[in-house]
Structure formats: C-alpha cells, structure tokens
Design a protein around this ligand. Sequence first.
Ligand SMILES: Cc1cc2nc3c(=O)[nH]c(=O)nc-3n(C[C@H](O)[C@H](O)[C@H](O)COP(=O)(O)OP(=O)(O)OC[C@H]3O[C@@H](n4cnc5c(N)ncnc54)[C@H](O)[C@@H]3O)c2cc1C
Length: 297
Amino acid sequence: MKDLIIAGSGPAGLSAAVYASNAMLDFVVIEKLSMSGGQMVNSYDINNYPGFEKTDGFTLGQTFRKHAETAGAEFINDEIASIEKIDGGYRLICNKSKYETKTVILATGASSKKLGVKGETEFVGRGVSYCATCDGNFFRGKPVAVVGGGDVALEDALYLANICSEVYLIHRRDEFRAAKYLQDKALKNDKIKVFYSAQVTEISGGQRVEGVTLDSGENLSVDGVFIAVGIKANSELIANLAECENGFVKADESCRTSAEGIFAAGDVRTKRLRQISTAVADGANAVHSVEEFLNIN
Ligand SMILES: Cc1cc2nc3c(=O)[nH]c(=O)nc-3n(C[C@H](O)[C@H](O)[C@H](O)COP(=O)(O)OP(=O)(O)OC[C@H]3O[C@@H](n4cnc5c(N)ncnc54)[C@H](O)[C@@H]3O)c2cc1C
C-alpha cells in the first residue's frame, strides 16, 4: 500500500509531486493524458506566474513535470475510473490497473462547461471547440464566434482575431467579467465585434458549422464557435465519499475533505480564485496535510 496517490498532473498535482518527493513519501502520480500540465496546456499566453514573465501553458507544464521527475516522482499514465474505501485507505480502480493507498490527493481539476444549445454536441470537432489555442488555426481567414465574458473568452477572442477574418464575441450579460486589461484590448480590436446581452440559441450547419442564431433572432454566418462559459469540477470520483458544494469538493486551505485521508487540491476544491499559482499553493498544503495525517494515523 502506497502512502499517497496523487490523482492528476496539472499544476496542483505537479506541485504536490515535488513536495511529496521532498517529504520522501512512497507515492505515485496517476495522469490520464499522455502529457502533464492540465488546463494550462490550452493557454498560449501566461504572464502571471511568478518567475515566468511570458510563457505558454505547454512549456510551463513541461517545466513543472521535469522538476517533479528530477525530484523523484513516478508518473503512471492511466485513468482513474473510481475510488473505493478499504481498510486503512483507498483502492483506486483505473482503466489499466488497481492501486491501494493510505491517502489520496485529488488534483483532477476542472473541465469546460457546455452551453447546452441545439447543435453544440452534434458539431463538436466540426466547428464547435472549447479550446481556441488548440483549434484556432483551423479557422484561419474565416469568421468565428466566441461565447462567454470571462478571462478565457476574451483571451480566446484576442487570439482568434490574429488568425480569423472576424470574431463575434457573444456575451449574455451587459458587461464582461474579464480582467480590465483584456476588456480594453478586446474593445480596441477592429476585428472583434461584441454582442452584449445576447444568447446563442442554436448552432447550425451541414457537414460543418455554418452559423449561430441569437435569441434576438439574428443569424451570424460563422465557420467556428468557441465556447468559453466556465468550468465544472472533475469531482465525480469522490462525490460519494466527500462533501461537495456546487460540484466542487468542500475543502479549505488545508485541502482536507470530509473523507478521512482524501485531500483536494487545485481547481477541484471550493476556493475563490482558480489559477496556476493557487493550484500550486494547494499542492504544497495538501502534502503538508498528508504528512500530518500519516504521522497521526
Ligand atoms: C484556456 C485557459 C487559460 C488559462 N490561463 C491561465 C493563466 O494565464 N494564468 C493562470 O494562473 N491560470 C490560467 N488558467 C487556469 C489554470 O490553468 C487552472 O487554474 C489550473 O490549471 C488548475 O490546476 P489543477 O492542477 O487544479 O487542475 P487541471 O489543470 O485541470 O489539471 C487536472 C489534471 O488531472 C487530470 N485528470 C482528471 N481526471 C483524471 C482521472 N480520472 N484520472 C487521471 N487523471 C485525471 C487531467 O488530465 C489534468 O491533467 C487557464 C485555464 C484555461 C482553460
């Protein structure tokens, strides 16, 4: 039985891996994807992580991973399908194997929320995307829509304005939630046309997306629709074991959850600000709490 299993290798899991290595715990990190970095891998421009004035998420993810490996962390590429309580700990049932551990740090992060309109699911991969940096290039010289009003939506609109012919930024409220500097940049950009207090009611097309319909009845001809309307926690694995709030695992800065021996770090837990720096801080705090737990038990 391991001392600890870290579920996920985004910023929270990778930070936890460095701290767990330094604490000489017997642990592994289980990551379902072939690369580490989590959500930030989708960001082409990161300028708010101290020590890196300007970088991209893929590079930062690789740098974190290398640091964790150098510190001694072992990574397993597998998807955790479920977690069950056993005597003295937990059993993690993964797609390829099973693991037993005294403690778990759940650092499974969050995923993009769906818009929930007609045509959305049908056109995923055929014009509907949740990642501008991954898919933007397919829409070079073409008109696209971005749906949302937060940091990610405005970042996406600015990024796409460099590539696409026109960007329709559709937001359901009359003002943006995004950082002021992003708003200033977007509003000054000639290629971005903003639709405030507007909602997409349908995404339509033939083989691929051809347009979106707004609740005003207006139809916009676009080749792509980028949806950036928020995130939902990947908390399903412990939903029956620990208390959650709006889908996020209930935990404070200590990362302790209501399930003994399970700790939640990063975007998956209840917190005010979901960023790389706060996820990294959680990774450190979670390992500290794991050490306290193991010493007592
Ligand atoms: C487009 C975009 C741009 C962003 N830009 C910035 C920015 O500029 N600055 C900033 O500070 N923050 C930014 N963020 C937010 C930041 O990326 C997140 O706050 C941060 O990644 C959260 O880290 P995390 O480790 O909690 O979770 P995540 O990054 O979500 O990582 C979770 C990891 O767990 C893995 N996982 C999930 N489920 C399982 C499972 N069942 N089994 C195994 N592995 C699993 C996932 O594959 C993933 O690798 C951005 C986010 C996005 C989407």
